[in-house]
Design a protein around this ligand. Structure first.
Ligand code: AMP
Length: 610
C-alpha cells in the first residue's frame, strides 16, 4: 500500500542517500539533463531532484507546502511531484537545465521506504489486530479505508521504534550516553523526562551536552518553545534535522539506543469514548459498538467503522451466519424503516449465543404475488454470497408468518436523506471518506463478478456518520465466469438517471455501468443529497448526455472529486475506468486530504532547560 504520491514514478527511488543517487546517475551514463527523484530525508513529505549537468551533480530540494503543493525554492507550486517534474522537463525555470532523460529504476529495484514508511505497515497491522481483533480481508479493508486515521493514532507511539529514543533515563544517563563514543555536533537523543510524562531532547554541541524540553500543547502537538508544532515526536525530530528552530545547531546523527531495535510500541491507552460529536437519531441508540471497541476507544477520537459490530460480525461464524433463522430468535419492532412494493423494512433484534444484535428485516407482504417472492429470494441469494464491511450483509431468511430477509442494521439510513438533513455537521472530508468506502464495496463486487444495477445514494445506507454500506440487491446479477455484462431482455422500472448510455440503449449492464452510477451517486453525495438532472425527465437525460453534456460540479465539491465523476461518465464503457481505478483515485484523494499537516509555523529561540 503506497501512500507516497511519487510512489508510481519510474524515476523515483524513495529514501536513498545523496551518494546513492549520484551512484545511480553515474551508472546511467551522466548525460546532460539525466535526472531522478528521491525522498527528502529531512523535510517531511518533500523530495530531492538530482540532475546531471556538465558531468556534475545538482540537487534541488522539493518542499511540500502546507497547502499540499510542491515547489523548488523560488519556483512555481505544483499539485504533485509528477506534475512538477513534467513542468521542469519543458522549462528549466532556474534549474541548470531542463529534465531531459529520466534515470529509470531497474525493474528489480524497489522504491526504498523512508524512516516511518518501513515501520508503518507493521505497526498498522499490529494495531488493528490488537484493537479490533481483525485479521485477513477484514483487516485489509480496515486499513485501506482508514489508513490516515490509523496512522494518526499510531504515530503517537512511532518514536518508540526510533534509534534515537532512549525511554525513561535521567539527564545524567543521557549525558553519559552522548559522551560515550564520538561526539560530533548535533548528535542527539530523546528521552522521557522523569515524572512529568513529557519528553526532553539532549544534544551535543562543541563537546557540551545541551538539554531542551519538548513542549506539548493542549491539543497534544509537540514543539520546541515557540517553534513549529507537530502531531508527533518523530516528525518534530525529522524537522529539527533540517531546521534548528532555536536549537544551538540542527540535529545530526542519532545517539543510538541499542535496546530500541525490534521493540513493539505501546498502543495508546484504552478508554471508552462517547460519540464523535454527531448525535445519532434515536433509532440508532444501540449503535452496535462491539465489545472489543468499547474497551479500546482512546479518548477524543472519531468513531471508526471498525468500532461497530457491522464491520466484521463473523468473529464467531456459527453465531450469526445462519441462513434459516428460527422465528423465536427474532423480535420484530413496530418501527418501519422504509417500504417498497414487496412490503416493508422493520427494525428488529436477533438473538444470538453471544447476545442480541440490531437487525433490519425486509418483510414480504403476505398477499404478495409469487413473482415478488421470487425476486426477494433472488436478492437473498445474491446477498448470501457477499461478505464485505461496506456492503449490507444478509444474516439469514426467516420463513414464518411472512417471508423475511434479515439484514445488518444501518441505522443512520440512506445517504441522500442523511446528508440533506445534516448539511451543517458533515464536512467534504467526511463525504470523501464515505464515498471511498462505497468505492471499496463496489470494487469487491467487481472482483466477484456481480453487477449491482441500482447504485444510488438512496441505496447507500449509513451505520453512522463515518460508515457506509451498499444495499438493495434487488436488481443485482451474478455474471457468468466468461461474461462481462448482463443483457436484460426487457426494460423494466429502471432508475434511468443513474444508468450509463449502454444500459439504456442496449440493455447491457456491467461493472463499468455501475461505475457510471457511482459517478451519479458521488454527485448526489457532494451536493448533500441533491436530485441529479434536476428538472429533466429520465428520457431527456439521454439526449443531454448524447449531446456531450454532463452535470455541473456541485457547489464546493473538490475539483479532484468532480474529475472522478467525469471519468465515471465517459460515454464509451471501454474507456471508462473500472472500480479498481476509481477506488485508487478515491483512496489517494482521501489520504491526501486526511493527512494534511497543520503545523502553526512560528519562529523563536529555544531556551535550553536546566
Ligand atoms: P430497500 O427496498 O432495500 O431499498 O429498502 C427500503 C428502505 O428500508 C431503505 O431506503 C431504508 O430506509 C430501509 N432499509 C433497508 N435496508 C436497511 C438496513 N439494512 N438497515 C436500515 N434500514 C434499511
Amino acid at each position: 500500500m503506497s501512500t507516497d504520491p511519487a510512489g508510481e514514478l519510474p524515476f523515483y527511488y524513495g529514501s536513498i542517500s545523496r551518494t546513492d543517487a549520484e551512484q545511480q546517475l553515474k551508472l546511467a551514463g551522466m548525460v546532460d539533463g539525466l535526472f531522478l527523484l528521491r525522498q527528502c530525508l529531512r523535510s517531511l513529505g518533500g523530495y530531492v531532484l538530482s540532475i546531471v549537468w556538465n558531468l556534475e551533480f545538482h540537487h534541488y530540494s522539493v518542499e511540500k507546502q502546507l497547502n499540499g503543493t510542491y515547489c523548488i525554492a523560488g519556483g512555481k507550486p505544483h499539485c504533485g511531484p509528477a506534475e512538477l517534474c513534467e513542468f521542469y522537463s519543458k522549462d528549466p525555470d532556474g534549474l541548470v537545465c531542463t529534465l531531459r532523460k529520466p534515470c529509470l529504476r531497474s525493474p528489480d529495484m524497489l522504491v526504498k521506504p523512508g524512516v516511518f514508511d518501513s515501520l508503518r505497515e507493521n505497526m498498522l497491522r499490529e494495531y488493528v489486530k490488537q484493537t479490533w481483533n481483525l485479521e485477513g480481508d477484514a483487516m485489509e479493508q480496515a486499513i485501506i479505508s482508514q489508513a490516515p486515521q490509523l496512522e494518526k493514532l499510531i504515530a503517537t507511539t512511532a518514536h518508540e521504534k526510533m534509534p534515537w529514543y532512549h525511554g525513561k533515563i535521567s539527564r545524567q544517563e543521557g549525558e553519559r550516553r552522548l559522551y560515550s563514543g564520538v561526539q560530533p555536533d548535533g548528535k542527539f537523543l530523546v528521552r522521557d523526562r522523569d515524572e512529568s510524562g513529557t519528553f526532553a531532547l539532549s544534544m551535543m554541541y562543541g563537546k557540551t551536552v545541551y538539554h531542551y524540553q519538548i513542549l506539548q500543547d493542549k491539543s497534544g502537538k509537540f514543539s520546541m518553545p515557540e517553534g513549529t508544532k507537530f502531531d508527533t515526536i518523530w516528525q518534530l525530530v525529522e524537522y529539527l534535522k533540517m531546521k534548528n528552530d532555536g536549537l544551538v545547531v540542527v540535529l545530526g546523527e542519532a545517539c543510538v539506543n541499542s535496546k530500541a531495535a525490534g521493540k513493539t510500541p505501546n498502543l495508546p491507552s484504552a478508554r471508552r469514548h462517547g460519540t464523535n460529536g454527531y448525535t445519532p437519531p434515536p433509532k440508532a441508540a444501540a449503535s452496535a459498538l462491539s465489545p472489543a471497541a468499547m474497551a479500546s476507544l482512546p479518548p477524543d477520537r472519531d468513531l471508526l467503522p471498525m468500532d461497530c459490530d457491522g464491520f466484521n460480525p463473523y468473529h464467531n461464524p456459527n453465531d450469526v451466519k445462519r441462513f434459516n433463522i428460527k422465528r423465536n430468535l427474532l423480535l420484530i419492532d413496530e418501527l418501519e424503516l422504509g417500504s417498497g412494493n414487496f412490503g416493508c423494512v422493520r427494525k428488529g433484534v436477533l438473538k444470538t449465543d453471544s447476545g442480541q444484535i440490531d437487525v433490519a428485516i425486509k418483510v414480504l407482504k403476505s398477499d404478495n404475488e409469487k413473482l415478488v417472492k421470487e425476486e426477494m429470494m433472488r436478492e437473498a441469494e445474491i446477498m448470501h454470497q457477499l461478505d464485505n464491511p461496506f456492503i449490507v450483509r444478509m444474516l439469514g431468511l426467516c420463513n414464518a408468518e411472512n417471508l423475511m430477509l434479515v439484514m445488518e442494521m444501518a441505522s443512520a439510513g440512506p445517504l441522500n436523506k442523511f446528508l440533506s438533513s445534516n448539511k451543517d455537521s458533515v464536512t467534504m472530508e467526511n463525504i470523501v471518506g464515505l464515498m471511498h468506502q462505497v468505492s471499496m464495496g463496489m470494487k469487491y463486487l467487481e472482483d466477484k463478478n456481480f453487477v449491482h444495477r441500482d447504485l444510488a445514494a438512496r441505496n447507500v445506507l449509513l451505520v453512522n456518520k463515518q460508515f457506509a454500506k451498499i444495499s438493495d440487491f434487488g436488481l443485482s446479477k451474478a455474471l457468468g465466469a466468461d461474461d462481462n455484462y448482463y443483457k436484460a431482455r426487457t426494460a423494466g422500472k429502471w432508475p434511468l438517471k443513474w444508468y450509463a448510455p449502454e444500459c439504456i440503449k442496449f440493455h447491457k449492464f456491467s461493472s463499468k455501468s455501475d461505475v457510471w452510477s457511482f459517478g451519479v451517486t458521488m454527485w448526489e453525495a457532494f451536493s448533500y443529497g441533491g436530485k441529479p438532472y434536476k428538472k429533466m425527465k429520465g428520457t431527456e437525460v439521454m439526449n443531454f448526455l448524447m449531446d456531450g453534456h454532463r452535470m455541473d460540479s456541485p457547489a464546493g465539491c473538490p475539483e479532484r472529486m468532480y474529475s472522478v465523476m467525469n471519468e465515471c461518465w465517459i460515454y464509451s464503457h471501454e474507456e471508462r475506468p473500472d472500480f479498481m481505478k476509481v477506488e485508487e483515485s478515491m483512496r489517494s484523494y482521501h489520504y491526501s486530504i486526511s493527512k494534511k499537516a497543520k503545523p502553526e509555523a512560528t519562529a523563536g529561540a529555544a531556551e535550553p532547560i536546566k
